[in-house]
Write a protein of this length. Sequence first.
Length: 469
Amino acid sequence: MRRRTIYVIVGLALVAVVGGALVWRSQSRQQGEGTPTRSTTVEQGSMLVAVTATGKIKPAARVGLTFEAPGRVAEIFVEEGHRVSAGEPLARLVADELELQVAQSQSGLTAAESQLAQLQAGSRPKEIEQAEANLRAAEAQLRAATANWNRLAAGPTEAEIASAEAQVAQASTNREIAQDTYDQIEKEGTEKEQANYDLYTAKQELAAAEARLEDVTSGAGQNELRAAQANVTAAAAQRDAAQAQLDQRLAGATEEDIAEAEVQVEQARIALELAEHALSKATLRAPFEGLVTEINMTPGEVPPTREQPLVLLDVSAFHITVAVDELDISQLEEGQEVDVAMEALPQADVTGTVETISPVAAVDTGVVAYDVVINLDPTEAPLRADMTANATVIVEELTDVLKIPAWAVRVDRETGGTYVHRRTGEEIERVDVELGARQEGNAQVISGLSAGDEVVRLEDDASFSFNPQ
């Protein structure tokens, strides 16, 4: 950005030599040589001393927005030129898996919260009744298993032996009767099918009675005793578990149980927040109220990496950054008022304020300058980013000073000094002058002329022209 200073306060050290561009005429010209083409009179009045610079209008912020998550673009909700509010969704990615993770995490949180609520509320009457019924059933199983083990371990009683022996005797008698019946029928040669069946049945009953007598008299074996003992142990464990469940139902959840359930709820809540955060990254939202100026993505495709998918401007305020020459920077200070003129909006009345002055200079092609940020005041003018603007800061008002048009001032090539041609009567003479401030084509005369003096410009004067800028 090129900046220039229009008004200078003290002294003029002007212009470098443009070799060969102009044919210099010797300073030894005689007074009165040349034909006057213009003339003016030295005036006395007031002048404004100002510093001006040129820059580009910039919005309060220009942000290139990108997605924080990978994926393909699903939808774009805005178009270029749209004004959006802070937080408004601009575009989103395809996020089916992320949405599923959120749903799963929500279910996990609901289950953990339900478990915690149940522990905090305590057991219901029906749950206690069920626990008591389970305990009674377990106790009955334990009693039966214990009684069976006791019976096996004690061995058979005399009554059991006598009963078994009586069953064997009865079965033996029944077998003999059946055998006699079968033999008689076989001798007579009559139908013997039923007799054969009765004999077979009697033999089976006798064998069973004898086996029963054998079991009673021999006692239980080691394997049978071990099995009975295992049944007792298992039944006791079931009884203890049922008792513990009933005790827990009656006593309610412990502090440790509730604390553990609360930890599970918190873990489920964190998992849900992480899932929701991951899902939120799939939606591009406006970080501030602004204007969409660029959209560089297409639905169904992956957002580009070499350019910003979407650009948003904060047009709630504008500023200008200008570079001020080191000779003028000392005249500026924060808070000074600034007049701003724009080539694109010549009728606009725009003002501003010096916001910051950089403490570090920037050197560009040998020119030392300092960046100055100027905040523009609110205006109805249709400002747009990157418009060219000329900023003017009035730093001083001079009164009762002599001034002449800048076109009347010439620059001596050898000395660099400034001079004018003054007409006195019929004669024209060269007069060296010391100049001060400049204002819009006028220059302050510090010495060399008086108010009312007439100065002229000669037609064939080939010396350097004075540059008022």
